[in-house]
Design a protein around this ligand. Structure first.
Ligand SMILES: *Cc1c(COP(=O)(O)O)cnc(C)c1O
Length: 462
């Protein structure tokens, strides 16, 4: 399988090149030349374990020798704390797909454990080095660090805004003491971190000299790993209910997770609806309801990993929605970058998309959803998952199974749970163990020069 750019201006590249490249050189996002139709394979896939299924899905898109890919997949899911990897739990007539059983208790582990192994394999083969630079407002940083820690040919530099991520999130990052992990606490906001990162990546000379790479959610390998659990959960629920189609509800920020579901659907998974759920940062749900995609101001919510306005993976969806027309897509994206706005026409029946429907949940409804699920069904939802569950309930129809993606373990957001239930009731041994652990972190001013210097010195030193 070769990969092309949504903006149509690069020559097709291999899977390995696509993984290392992240963003396409023409500013677009990489996508497979075609999405395979697997309708004929579904019956054979039904009985596979998560790891077997991951291998079947990934081999279609990868150019690695099969035995190497198999070993990578096996290793990537060896640190999850349940045998099923992503179990499906029935609660109150819906199905909760628990994606939080990896090392950092967030769904990002499903992709970043795989990406870490994949990077290591490709680097070893090409005898290269990679220095990852990232900015995080919380969850991504720790999942990326866990994916990369202790690996030979890689270092990771993660900036977070000093005292502006939760104590648990900070500890999850800074308590990793491996020599190849560098935590930087920027004296500024998340935007400062992101601006510093963008400026450094734009300096191509510096970027090449120090082999800088990124691990953010536009990397195709992350989407690929996330496709797997849509099939896995879909099979479990179809088997259980006898239904021929299932729906999914996905709490959304950067449109990465739900885009994986969209690809699964195009591959032939019988999906009824994909429900896109946002918090108050609702640019995406407004778009699917009105056709207008326009930037608002980011507001802070209880579900910080979804406090995003411009969704980095949205361009991939738009490419397919525009009938794979790269010329038109490029025009729209360029005009969007100038005006902060783009518009699509609804179809005859008033839909922006036939599969994706969207809604949002505010702080009050998110808290009451957590409270209600705890009280009525003794199940504790984290605030991101609660956003998805609330919107799912609004769209759910009798007799149509609904799978809600649970993207984080509630113990990661125990403050919000306390706020909702009035009680300190969620714990997880790996979170409790953070208390009192030694930490390693460098505070730096919000300055490009300071971060550049820091990176340069650390790389030159070994
Ligand atoms: C990252 C994240 C999301 C949003 O995922 P996207 O792929 O950005 O849409 C939702 N919930 C949690 C807990 C996350 O960490």
């Amino acid at each position: 399988m070769k990969y092309i750019s949504t903006r149509g201006e690069i020559n097709p590249v291999s899977f390995r090149e696509a993984v290392m490249m992240g963003l396409a050189r023409d500013g677009g996002l990489l996508i497979p030349e075609e999405i395979p139709d697997l309708t004929g394979c579904l019956a054979a896939w039904k009985k596979l374990s998560f790891v077997e299924l991951a291998f079947e899905v990934m081999r279609l898109y990868s150019d690695l020798p099969e035995k190497d890919l198999k070993a990578i997949v096996q290793r990537s899911y060896s640190k999850f704390d349940v045998k099923e990897i992503t179990p499906v739990v029935p609660v109150n007539g819906i199905y909760i797909l628990e994606l939080f059983h990896g090392p950092t208790l967030a769904f990002k582990d499903v992709a970043l454990q795989f990406l870490g192994n994949l990077f290591e394999y490709i680097l070893k083969e090409s005898k290269q080095e990679l220095n990852i630079l990232g900015a995080t407002s919380g969850d991504t940083g720790s999942a990326a660090i866990q994916g990369v820690r202790g690996r030979d040919s890689m270092r990771i530099f993660v900036m977070h805004p000093h005292n502006r991520v939760s104590k648990i999130q900070e500890k999850q990052m800074t308590s990793v003491l491996d020599g190849n992990v560098y935590n930087i606490a920027i004296e500024g906001t998340f935007d400062d971190c992101q601006n510093i990162m963008k400026t450094i990546f734009c300096d191509l000379e510096f970027k090449d000299k120090f082999s800088l790479g990124s691990i953010n959610s536009i990397n195709w390998a992350r989407v690929l790993a996330q496709i797997v659990y849509y099939f896995y959960a879909g099979f479990r629920v179809m088997e259980k209910t006898g239904a021929e189609k299932i729906s999914f509800s996905v709490p959304t920020g950067n449109f990465g997770d739900i885009f994986a579901g969209y690809v699964a659907c195009r591959m032939g998974l019988p999906v009824n609806k994909l429900v896109l759920a946002t918090n108050e940062n609702d640019i995406l749900s407004r778009f699917f309801n009105t056709g207008e995609y326009s930037i608002g101001k980011v507001v802070e919510t209880l579900s910080p990993s979804m406090d995003i306005q411009v969704a980095s993976n949205f361009e991939r969806f738009l490419y397919y929605r525009l009938g794979e027309n790269a010329v038109l897509l490029k025009e729209m994206m360029l005009s969007f970058s100038k005006s902060g706005k783009l518009n699509l026409q609804k179809d005859r029946d008033g839909f922006i998309d036939r599969t994706i429907i969207a809604g949002s949940s505010d702080t009050e409804t998110t808290l009451s959803t957590i409270r209600n699920f705890h009280h009525e069904y003794s199940y504790i939802l984290d605030p991101h998952t609660a956003v998805g569950v609330h919107v799912a309930m609004r769209f759910k129809k009798e007799g149509e199974p609904m799978i809600c993606l649970a993207t984080a373990h509630p113990a990661k957001f125990s403050e919000a749970i306390k706020k909702a239930t009035g009680k300190d009731i969620v714990h997880h041994p790996s979170i409790d163990a953070l208390e009192g652990m030694p930490t390693k972190c460098e505070p730096l001013p919000a300055s490009v020069a300071a971060v550049r210097d820091y990176i340069e010195t650390r790389i030159d030193a070994n």
